[in-house]
Design a protein around this ligand. Structure first.
Ligand code: HXH
Length: 329
């Protein structure tokens, strides 16, 4: 497929183009990754429960493999993620079957962040330090979690401080979904504004961008980007996909996307990348949450075992209509 242009080369003057990879796609999708992407994120392999299943046991082998794959091929790595309410080992919050006190959790958090960031020092250009702590609704502000229960709201600033101490050169991000919805984006803005006012080392906001063929509206995306950029932080689009289904759509009968959906998806990708280009001075990377339609987490979310086709490459890794629209922007 020599006549297919490289996606990342097409956007080289603007931002990196990334893909989330896992232990299988890293091998099976290697050619597509090498040709089209110059940044990677581990879909699951750097999450707490995967790296640190027991207090005295770290499992770095797959994550190490990803980092050396990136190093050998001159690909940047975004670390994902250090402090989150999901995919975090239960042992972390317990000792002898009981909930631990705040100073123990504080020490454990620091020790995890130190160990992970130190191992990959100089090899990651960014870390999602804190993921998804803001609730979608107006109230309460923060999501209930073990972190919040035990450490209080300071767990957020502590995570950034420890991460900055461990790797002073990494760009540190707050990452969240529904990042373009008016209520949520205002809350994310307030959270990061508060951290900046306290001189907490936060350098960027990660807009996950789990979008679909109807939501969100383009104006909301632009407003969110402008708001975040006004805080003088960098923006990364961290987990982009464009689902063929509106979030409320729970149909399970489709075995292939119809031509209307394919066209709508292509138009949406084109509009999104037009916005990213327009705001490229604030955006350093745009990462897709997968490589191609043959594997995507959306095949199990929000409906189990329902095929989706959210990526820029089809199940055979051929460029889709959406790909052609964005490379010709
Ligand atoms: C992301 N969360 C994570 O950052 C990433 O690590 C993971 O691999 C995939 C997606 C997005 C997300 C957030 C909340 C959520 C589902 C996905 O929970 C909901 C549950 C029901 C309805 C709406 C959201």
């Amino acid at each position: 497929m020599a006549n297919v242009p490289s996606l990342y080369k097409q956007f080289e003057d603007y931002f990196k183009i990334g893909a989330a990879i896992n232990k299988r796609t890293m091998h099976h999708s290697k050619d597509t990754i090498l040709k089209h992407f110059n940044s990677i994120t581990a879909e699951n392999e750097m999450k707490f429960e995967n790296l640190h299943p027991k207090e005295d046991e770290y499992t770095f082998s797959i994550s190490d493999e990803m980092v050396s794959f990136a190093e050998q091929n001159d690909i940047g790595v975004r670390g994902h993620t250090l402090v989150w309410h999901n995919q975090t080992s239960d042992w972390l919050f317990k000792k002898d079957g009981k909930d631990i006190d705040s100073s123990t959790l504080d020490q454990r958090m620091k020790s995890h962040i130190d160990t992970v960031l130190d191992r990959y020092k100089g090899k990651m250009y960014a870390w999602d330090v804190v993921n998804e702590v803001v609730l979608d609704e107006k109230e309460p502000f923060l999501r209930p979690s073990k972190w919040l229960d035990i450490l209080g709201e300071e767990f957020i600033e502590k995570a950034f401080i420890y991460a900055h101490e461990a790797d002073p050169n990494a760009q540190l991000f707050y990452n969240d979904y529904n990042e373009s919805a008016p209520i949520k984006s205002e809350k994310i803005y307030q959270l990061v504004k508060g951290l900046k006012e306290k001189e907490i080392p936060v350098h960027g906001i990660g807009m996950q961008a789990h979008w679909n063929i109807v939501d969100p509206q383009l104006d909301d995306i632009k407003r969110a980007i402008e708001k975040y950029a006004s805080l003088d932080v960098r923006i990364h689009v961290t987990e982009m996909d464009v689902s063929m289904y509106d979030f409320e759509d729970r149909r399970t009968d489709l075995t292939e996307p119809d031509s209307k959906m394919v066209e709508l998806q292509a138009q949406r990708y084109e509009q999104f990348f037009k916005i990213f280009k327009e705001y490229h001075k604030h955006i350093d990377s745009v990462t897709l949450w997968g490589v191609a339609d043959n594997y995507t987490w959306l095949d199990n979310f929000p409906v189990r075992n329902r095929k989706n086709w959210p990526m820029l490459f089809d199940e055979n890794h051929e460029p889709k209509e959406a790909f052609w629209r964005i490379v010709h922007l």
